[in-house]
Design a protein around this ligand. Structure first.
Ligand SMILES: NC(=O)c1ccc[n+]([C@@H]2O[C@H](COP(=O)([O-])OP(=O)(O)OC[C@H]3O[C@@H](n4cnc5c(N)ncnc54)[C@H](O)[C@@H]3O)[C@@H](O)[C@H]2O)c1
Length: 349
């Protein structure tokens, strides 16, 4: 297959590019390396992934902006991809609150630019969107919770499924811009018959993740442990996410691309599910054990519209994609910390 991975220098994109290239597909990575400027770090971010991918056979790199519609059209005409994995995006809530227009331009307009380019050059092309649990916004905070000493859980449901309401709630601009791309992707399947899938992801983590306080919290905590520097917890630390190791996510993407998979425009809530949940306090415990050190923990006020608990109900993905997560948070966090440790030069300050 000819595959375009937008945002291919990012954490999820770079793993997709490597995975499919190793399976002998031709992969073109499109990225403008914006992540570094958003989160204020030049060499310690996606530039590393860019250089990493340069060495992988069957990966081509092209520095392009998905917001440039004409350029996208030119590239897509030249490449005529069979599959597009659209991971390019502005992933930070804080950035979206400070720069709502830029956030919209990248996540909403950028997504329709890519969808449109694919539809024009290959009607039989496949499209994967990396959407987010944030499309459910603050509605998630109306689900009754149960409090435990180190975590919250939902009181009477195991997780949030795809029928959960996206309406009448606070989303943050990030939630809205991602939802816009999500709805366009659904609509392109309905109206133009494009084979697409929308993955509403909870918390994805893995190696080559350059976490910052505003995005990529597992990696951010691992880096701070390595640096022996304090972290701030907003809230009481009992907030919970279902976490999914990036290789498991890619297996779900791959299942969608199989010839037997006939559904179009399906939405999948995807994460580690109830079995693979972790709270901030539990993450700290694992990192203390793994690193053999304790760092200073500071506490700040809850952030507006932060979901206290988010756990994906993955029943639909399990059923339609014949898929399930395989890496536990304990194992994944260990792997992540080891990667950070092996690359300590990147995180020296
Ligand atoms: N990591 C998660 O837990 C998570 C959860 C839910 C949704 N998502 C979504 O998944 C996608 C990938 O996430 P990630 O963790 O790999 O983030 P990432 O920041 O590591 O990757 C995004 C990539 O997109 C690139 N990019 C940004 N704007 C661009 C533009 N205008 N043109 C071309 N490239 C551009 C960035 O430079 C970066 O390399 C994002 O869209 C994010 O919203 C991620």
């Amino acid at each position: 297959m000819k595959i375009i991975v937008t945002g291919g220098a990012g954490m999820i994109g770079s793993h997709c590019a490597e995975h499919f290239a190793k399976k002998k597909h031709d992969v073109l990575v499109l990225d403008n390396l914006l992540r570094s400027s958003i989160f204020g770090s030049k060499s310690k971010s996606v530039e590393y992934n860019w250089r990493y991918l340069e060495k992988i056979p069957k990966v081509k790199l092209l520095r392009k902006d998905i917001c440039d519609r004409d350029e996208m059209m030119r590239v897509f005409k030249r490449e005529a991809p069979d599959l597009v994995i659209h991971t390019a995006g502005q992933p930070g809530v804080k950035y979206s609150l400070e720069h709502p227009l830029e956030d919209y331009e990248i996540n909403a307009t950028g997504t329709i630019n890519v969808l449109e380019a694919l539809r024009k050059v290959n009607k039989k092309g496949m499209f994967i969107l990396t959407s987010t649990n944030k499309v459910y916004g603050n509605n998630v905070n109306h689900v009754a919770l149960k409090a435990w000493p180190k975590r919250y859980t939902f009181k009477s449901i195991k997780g949030i499924d795809e029928r959960f309401s996206i309406d009448l709630t606070g989303h943050t601009p990030y939630g809205v811009s991602k939802l816009t791309g999500d709805l366009y992707t659904q609509d392109y399947a309905q109206i133009f018959d494009l084979k697409s899938a929308i993955f509403r992801m909870s918390c994805i983590y893995g190696t080559r993740q350059f976490g910052f306080e505003d995005q990529g919290w597992l990696a951010w905590f691992a880096i701070r442990f390595l640096q022996n520097k304090p972290v701030t917890i907003y809230g009481d630390g009992r907030q919970v996410r279902d976490v999914l190791w990036v290789d498991d996510l890619i297996k779900a993407f791959e299942a969608f691309t199989s010839r037997d998979f006939r559904y179009k425009g399906e939405v999948f809530n995807i994460g580690g599910s109830y079995k693979n949940t972790i709270s901030l306090l539990e993450l700290i415990e694992i990192l203390e054990k793994t690193s053999g050190r304790k760092i200073q923990i500071q506490y700040g006020p809850w952030r507006q519209f932060d979901q206290k608990v988010y756990i994906s109900d993955i029943t639909k993905a399990q059923k339609l994609l014949h898929w399930k997560p395989t890496v536990s948070p304990k194992e994944g966090v260990k792997r992540l910390y080891q990667w950070v440790e092996q690359n300590r030069a990147l995180f020296r300050q």
